[in-house]
Design a protein around this ligand. Structure first.
Ligand code: CTP
Length: 402
């Protein structure tokens, strides 16, 4: 009955004729137990009134960055960050072509967009437009972009359109929006409430101020895992060594580090409050014994650099873990299964993902990966697929094991 009991929902309404249905949506959300706040774009005001929406939601309704709230006509700021962080999730319905395009390109010229860009919660988007506009490659590309940010698209429905045309483009009916949200809250966000820490990328270990020992890791596997975890509803912190990659899901807390010791120190700040730690970083196994404080000159005729073993981050974490689920990666060229299993046991892990490096398959900097997910009880092979897809599959396994 109260499927959304206690859920805080920020409803964003943009200027489409379908906005006349938004009050129904507010009523249905409230009927299902949700607490609803509404923000409108200025053009939505032509289609629906704040008075109706605030009467139904029993909360103030905002459409601009500032408003007059006191008798002395002093403008007060509507804090979009506060609104966005208040919400458990945001629903943008109807979402016009204009609003979708702004969302895709991070334009921020109204309160709704500012809330959207600040939101770290899941966002549902219900497009509403005429059929040809909906089909236009520009809109389809923008919707794909929103999907890649982790937003959930509430597919437009087919039927009579305000223009008189018949086709796909209508905003999903409020009753269907509610059903979709309720059904998908569980399915789409199985990691909601989970804290996940992920390490990614290479580490660089300094020889002198301008040189380092590093490796070819691009960070793609760790970044993909972070995207997937955040899209599945988890609170994600990603600690990455030097990498040129960008995160798409803005809820991810990205921390950049350079060396293994810096990575370990950052990990320790979060480790004891997370449920899952995934070690996807390609940590350098060796570091120079001595650090040269000034640049080594050609004339110094340096012909060897002495190395010492680096800190094994995952091994240390395996020793101090309380109840964190630990997943490591094993990169092997031969005896893959046995080596991976040994690492799983030695590092006290719950699971390890085995990558086999061979001549045919270079995983470094590739968008694709394959391998085996190994625990003490099972070994599950994964075919070659994108690193993002593989990440979702890995989380399916972790969820079964948790
Ligand atoms: N790892 C780590 N710190 C290191 C080396 C590895 O935390 N100094 C982590 C990696 O992130 C990975 C796992 O340990 O999750 C296994 O890494 P891998 O390089 O396959 O194995 P190593 O332990 O380094 O052993 P070897 O290189 O001898 O195979």
């Amino acid at each position: 009955m109260f499927a959304l009991l206690g859920k805080k929902i920020l409803l964003g309404i943009s200027g489409s004729i379908a906005a006349y249905k938004s009050p129904f949506l507010v009523r249905l959300l409230i009927k299902n137990g949700a607490d609803v706040k509404v923000v409108l774009t200025p053009s939505a005001l032509d289609f629906v009134t704040p008075t109706t929406l605030s009467a139904l939601s029993k909360n103030p309704v905002n459409s601009s960055f500032t408003e007059i709230k006191d008798e002395e006509d002093n403008p007060e700021w509507n804090n979009h960050v506060e609104l966005a962080s208040w919400a458990d999730f945001m629903v943008i319905a109807p979402a016009t072509s204009n609003t979708i395009s702004s969302m895709a390109s991070a334009r921020c010229d109204n309160l709704l967009l500012a809330c959207y860009l600040s939101a770290k919660c899941p966002v549902f988007v219900a497009p509403s437009m005429d059929l040809d506009m909906y089909k236009h490659p520009g809109n389809q590309e923008n919707l794909s972009k929103l999907k890649s940010f982790g937003n959930i698209i509430l597919e437009s429905e087919a039927g009579d359109l305000a223009s008189g045309l018949i086709g796909k483009g209508r905003m999903m009916e409020p009753s269907n929006i509610i059903k979709y949200i309720i059904k998908n809250l569980k399915n789409e966000f199985p990691l909601k409430g989970k804290n996940i820490l992920i390490s990614a990328g290479p580490t660089y270990e300094k020889i002198d101020p301008v040189r380092f020992i590093g490796n070819f890791s691009s960070g793609k596997m760790g970044f993909s895992l972070a995207e997937a975890a955040a899209n599945l509803g988890a609170k994600v912190t990603l600690i990455s060594g030097p990498s040129s990659l960008k995160i798409l899901n803005s809820s991810i807390n990205l921390i950049n580090v350079v060396s293994a010791h810096e990575m370990y120190n950052e990990i320790l700040k979060f480790f004891f409050s997370v449920d899952i730690f995934i070690s996807a970083a390609a940590v350098a196994d060796f570091i120079p014994k001595d650090f040269y404080y000034s640049k080594i000159k050609k004339g110094q005729k340096l012909n060897k650099i002495s190395l010492k073993e680096n800190i094994d981050i995952l091994h240390n974490l395996g020793k101090i873990k309380t109840n964190q689920y630990l997943l490591g990666f094993a990169l092997e060229t031969n005896d893959g299964y046995q080596n991976a299993l040994d690492k799983l046991i030695n590092k006290n892990l719950n699971a390890i993902f085995l990558n086999i490096l061979n001549d045919k398959q270079n995983i470094f900097n590739s968008d694709y990966n394959q391998g085996k997910y190994i625990t003490r009880k099972k070994s599950i092979p994964f075919e070659l697929t994108t690193k993002l897809d593989l990440s979702y599959k890995i989380f399916e396994q972790i969820i079964i094991d948790l």
